[in-house]
Design a binder for this molecule. Structure first.
Ligand code: NCD
Length: 329
């Protein structure tokens, strides 16, 4: 059911010229594979403008009259509420569906039928779903743009955009950086998307994980095919002194079939003050959040702790994406 998001979804309203040219108008956002440097630059520029807009005015009426259907089949705090906030700050409205147990999904309605229903009431659909490929399935059935907010262990493209945007905003560049991803690299969809997004950049990547949570083979193979080298290790001590970006992740308990296995690895890494004393002065610690013990609270006051700023950037990126796919950026 995978389908390239190239279908024409236009024809309902006249897009602004700039938005028509950006190539996002009417398109789905399903995977980071859709982004090259030029498209990233475009979205980051718009996101930066959104930050200025929010800081100066709080909100705008760019998406007045537009409706977002925010469909979450899996738990979410940040992704769901930042999409809602993004739409509201741009003057649009939201249909929030995050208790699918109270919707017709619990009566056995299929994903295509739910999508067909929601698109008859809205202009854009955001979906988070436990199955890999579900966002692509939704996009196949929808005429309106569909944005993937996480499809199981597959991808989380909007998170990776906000992650990379954070790196650019914090460190001013991407090329030449040493990036270490730490924790659950097997089930963590954010690191899957971020690794793919970084293929376009000249970064030194180190994957730090316990043996059973290593980065999936298909992503490592993709790196090899693109001529990118990487290092895999179990030891965070090996990388802490040299990294520019320490990207920490939660062990994804909900993806384990054997909870005893989860218990064995859940506390494998803890970024604490002692570890941070060995890190460079100019570096950042990132985390998609939620955290469940892998970064100690004492690190929050360290200026290098970028995860709350990263979270805030999510709203700006999602404002930029919504405005772009709706032809108003
Ligand atoms: C992440 C996710 O849902 O994949 N959270 C998020 O969107 N910020 C990471 C996680 O749940 O660990």
């Amino acid at each position: 059911m995978q389908r390239q998001p190239q279908k024409s979804k236009i024809g309902r309203s006249q897009p602004a010229d700039a938005a028509r040219e950006n190539g996002f108008y009417g398109q789905d956002i399903l995977s980071v594979d859709q982004f090259n440097r030029a498209r990233l630059e475009y979205i980051f520029d718009v996101a930066h403008e959104m930050r200025v807009l929010v800081e100066r005015f709080g909100s705008a009426d760019l998406l007045q009259g537009k409706i977002l259907a925010n469909l979450f089949y899996e738990p979410s705090t940040r992704t769901s509420s930042s999409f809602m906030a993004a739409m509201l700050r741009l003057g649009g409205q939201v249909i929030p569906i995050n208790n699918v147990q109270y919707s017709s999904v619990s009566k056995g309605e299929s994903l295509p039928d739910t999508i067909r229903t929601l698109e008859s009431y809205s202009d854009v659909i955001v979906i988070r779903h436990p199955e890999v490929g579900s966002a692509a399935t939704a996009a196949y059935y929808a005429e309106k743009p569909v944005i993937n907010a996480g499809d199981g262990v597959g991808e989380h493209p909007t998170q990776s955009l906000l992650d990379l945007f954070t790196v650019v905003e914090e460190l001013g560049r991407v090329d030449g950086l040493k990036v270490a991803m730490v924790g659950d690299l097997k089930y963590g969809r954010t690191v899957h998307s971020l690794t793919k997004l970084l293929l376009d950049f000249d970064v030194e990547l180190t994957f730090v994980s316990p043996e059973i949570l290593r980065m999936p083979g298909e992503i490592l193979e993709k790196m090899q095919r693109s001529g990118r080298s990487y290092v895999e290790t179990e030891s965070i001590q090996e990388v802490i002194e040299s990294v520019d970006v320490l990207y920490v992740t939660r062990v994804q308990k909900e993806r384990f079939t054997d909870l005893a296995e989860y218990d064995r690895v859940k506390d494998f890494y803890v970024v604490d003050e002692e570890l941070m004393r060995r890190a460079k002065e100019e570096m950042i610690v990132m985390h998609p959040l939620p955290r469940v013990g892998e970064i100690s609270y004492a690190v929050d006051d360290d200026p290098r702790a970028a995860y709350f700023r990263q979270m805030r950037n999510g709203m700006y990126i999602r404002m930029a994406l919504l405005a772009s796919v709706l032809g108003k950026a």
